[in-house]
Design a protein around this ligand. Structure first.
Ligand code: ZN
Length: 131
């Protein structure tokens, strides 16, 4: 993987998100519980992201593209994406992850644009995604 982190828009993600090679990684903290989430997204809270990275890598086996977001994708989303890229590079783990992306404007931008929001309580969310 190149180490570059690419930004994608909500419009792009809307058309890509049902692809089986994509995982959406929500790194918001408690807000996810009240504000809903993007269907099919995984949840790895930013406050203990470093500790949960191995579990994340395990859960995304078979996916080559990860799309990170937080509420606005300004602080937590980019910093967690960068942590993962650094971890993969330093540990030489071949997790099969080729692309690490960040959703522009985060969950708040996604919701404000009227895109579908799931309010289930399943962990991980079983709606949408590749189902
Ligand atoms: Zn859900």
């Amino acid at each position: 993987m190149s180490g570059n982190i690419i930004y994608i828009t909500g419009t792009q993600l809307l058309s890509l998100r049902k692809q089986p090679n994509i995982a959406i990684v929500d790194v918001r903290d408690d807000e996810r519980n009240y504000d809903g989430h993007i269907s099919g997204s995984l949840h790895f809270a930013s406050h203990n992201f470093s500790e949960s990275m191995p579990n994340l890598i395990h859960q995304v086996q078979g996916k080559d593209t990860l799309v990170f977001h937080c509420a606005l994708s300004q602080v937590r989303g980019p910093s967690c994406a960068r942590k993962l890229v650094n971890y993969l590079e330093e540990s030489k783990v071949d997790a099969g992850i080729k692309n690490v992306m960040i959703l522009e404007r985060g969950f708040n931008g996604w919701e404000a644009s009227g895109r579908p929001v799931c309010r289930c309580n399943n962990v991980p969310c079983k709606e949408g995604g590749s189902a």
